[in-house]
Design a protein around this ligand. Structure first.
Ligand code: ZN
Ligand code: ZN
Length: 105
């Protein structure tokens, strides 16, 4: 089974005049044979804070209170955690202790 590089959705083969293409069942992106990724490289769902933590770099900071150590400054970024039609969630990471939390609107 193959998965979409963009959203991690399942690809289904589709016959066209030029051959077989693989179409994402989730977002509709088309892939030519050999272009899609294999099951071992499956895109991880990114609602896991641990995964997001590994990617933060050169983030803007804002004045907000860390719930863990009380520090008044935190890095922040937006992350799409649910469906594409949902607004992105704002995450904070304390500049002092590194505690990461998300803002619930
Ligand atoms: Zn997709
Ligand atoms: Zn803190």
């Amino acid at each position: 089974m193959e998965f979409c590089k963009k959203c991690g959705g399942i690809l289904v083969p589709k016959k066209t005049r030029t051959g077989v293409v693989f179409v994402c069942r989730n977002c509709g992106k088309k892939y030519n044979k050999g272009e899609y990724i294999k099951v071992t490289e499956k895109v991880q769902r990114e609602n896991n804070i641990k995964i997001i933590e590994q990617k933060k770099e050169n983030l803007p900071t804002t004045e907000t209170q860390c719930p863990k150590c009380g520090n008044k400054e935190a890095f922040w970024w937006l992350q799409q955690t649910r469906g594409m039609d949902e607004p992105p969630t704002r995450f904070y990471k304390c500049t002092r202790c590194g505690h990461t939390w998300r803002e619930y609107s």
